[in-house]
Design a protein around this ligand. Structure first.
Ligand code: NAP
Length: 485
């Protein structure tokens, strides 16, 4: 075989996955790359989510790149600003920071004459042989359709657009939603505000989870012996595997144990039987994304906290009116109402072979072979794309495994084995059939509403064990891939 084909890469998004792809590409000897980032700062979800109390509910020593352990983590579950600092630090250390074009949103990406032509909002053009879409999973805020929100006279914002100019201390705060975000905000704010009203549409199961700080001696030990952190990373990954293997089998004994723990937490933590029943979900634990919290039940029982379970009728200038006609007076209203989980790379326009538009292909719902790539869109790969393992696992490990897989495909382009590679329609269809079939046996399909479910009510996630995901990512089955040129 002759000289290796030089390849140019465009990475879209400078969050956890975008930074990772640049590091891994350079490690593999690909240096011609640009990361396009629409914001003025990298960090992705950790740049955008700055609400009080934000932390990651995956232990920090697992929620770290495997090749870049961090002895400085302050807590078992460290706060968001530390995570943001970590990603910025890694990007700097690995020389990736200088490859990021900030303030450049890619609006169009078209495969023409064997290359991807990119266009940004500012009118810049670029070309690349390979595109890696690292555009994130939970990125577009879901804004609730509550009448009157525009008439509310207090401060109003979505949790992922926190307005730090708004004073909170001593004021009346309303929070809509009871997901991981709302629970973290509630615990962080209850002692600061005059009154906290949490608007609950659906109760949540809460897994008790302590969050101890690492002492100076432990951090020093991590610094002296990085292998201790690697061991810890491995142990945590194994523990999480047990958990993620349990949730894909709704009848497993481990699942029962998780449910028992959540139930015992509710029974033992909430004194008032009326409040306890309001907080008791009517579906199985982990059907919605399981919430980890050391202190949510304590927070919601504080005298200045109120759980509002009556439906919301509308917002009015002075607060929120419930369906029963009660006015909950508020100075600040936070929409902790989640994200539009099916948006993925959109609104970017992606045009593959024969003018095929990704948005059109995905008009019903997004699909992708192994969550990585779509038929007809050659040399276009996604990290943490549609239907991947997003259920209570470290998305960093997911992205690392996917990137190692993508690099094996890219190697086929570099070596000249082919010029274009995309999954076959048949392999993608078969994967979707098997995936949706298996998804019916998971805990997510046992009767609740959640962002895991697609428009048909089928969990849009990896429905098998994480071990199976690891195996699948180890080596591409080339018969599933169409190689051209
Ligand atoms: P979420 O889990 O989707 O929760 C959204 C909440 O808003 C739900 O309680 C939902 O009620 C409520 N809601 C939505 N529309 C509403 C409406 N029109 N009226 C009343 N209530 C409404 O969103 P999230 O809490 O932002 O979390 C999203 C995901 O982000 C999590 O599942 C997790 O994967 C990730 N996250 C992780 C961490 C972490 O620590 N790692 C922290 C925060 C978030 P229903 O339940 O009735 O639909």
């Amino acid at each position: 075989m002759g000289a290796k084909r030089p390849l140019r890469f465009a990475i879209i998004g400078a969050g956890m996955s975008g930074i990772l792809s640049a590091i891994k590409l350079r490690e593999a000897g690909f240096d011609d790359l640009t990361i396009y980032e629409k914001a003025d700062r990298l960090g992705g979800t950790w740049r955008e989510n700055t609400y009080p109390g934000i932390s990651c509910d995956v232990p920090s020593h697992l929620y770290s790149y495997s090749f870049e352990p961090n002895p400085a983590w302050s807590h078992r579950f460290s706060p968001g600003d530390e995570i943001q600092t970590y990603f910025e630090g890694v990007a700097k250390r690995y020389g990736v920071e200088g490859r990021v074009r900030r303030g450049e949103e890619v609006t169009r990406c078209a495969f023409e004459r064997g290359r991807w032509r990119l266009e940004t909002k500012s009118g810049r053009h670029d070309e690349a042989d390979v595109v890696i879409a690292a555009t994130g999973v939970l990125h577009h805020p879901n804004l609730p359709d509550i009448p009157g929100l525009d008439r509310f006279e207090g401060a109003l914002f979505h949790s992922a657009r926190w307005d730090h100019g708004v004073r909170l201390d001593g004021r009346r705060i309303g929070i809509i939603g009871t997901g991981s975000t709302a629970v973290q905000i509630t615990s962080a704010l209850v002692d600061r505000v005059a009154k906290l009203s949490l608007f609950q549409r659906t109760a949540q199961w809460i897994m008790p989870q302590e969050n101890p700080a690492f002492g100076e001696a432990e951090k020093a030990e991590f610094r002296r012996h990085p292998e201790t952190m690697r061991r810890l990373h491995g142990e945590l990954a194994r523990m999480f595997s047990v958990f993620s293997n349990a949730i894909v089998d709704a009848s497993s004994p481990q699942m029962k144990q998780i449910e028992d723990t959540c139930r015992a937490n509710l029974e033992s933590s909430v004194r008032d039987p009326v409040l306890r029943e309001k907080l008791r979900p009517s579906y199985r634990a982990a059907c919605k994304r399981l919430i980890m919290s050391p202190d949510f039940y304590q927070a919601i029982q504080k005298p200045n906290a109120e759980l509002v379970t009556e439906g919301i009728e509308c917002a009015v200038p002075g607060g929120v009116r419930t369906r029963g006609g009660r006015l909950v007076e508020l100075d600040v209203l936070v929409l902790a109402t989640g994200f539009r989980a099916d948006r993925f790379v959109r609104p970017m326009q992606v045009i593959g072979h024969d003018g095929l538009e990704l948005d059109e292909r995905w008009s019903q719902r997004p699909d992708a072979y192994l969550s990585i790539s779509v038929p007809g869109f050659p040399n276009f790969f996604m990290l943490n794309g549609p239907n991947g393992p997003v259920g209570n696992f470290s998305l960093i490990e997911v992205a690392e495994l996917q990137m190692a897989y993508i690099l094996q495909l890219v190697e086929l382009l570099r070596s000249g084995r082919c010029r274009e590679i995309s999954p076959s329609e048949e392999a993608t269809r078969r994967f979707e059939v098997e995936r949706t079939e298996a998804a019916r046996n998971t805990i997510w399909a046992t009767g609740c509403r959640s962002w895991y479910l697609d428009d048909r009510g089928i969990p849009a996630v990896w429905p098998w064990t994480f071990d199976r995901f690891r195996e699948e990512m180890a080596r591409p089955k080339l018969e599933a891939w169409v190689q051209v040129g």
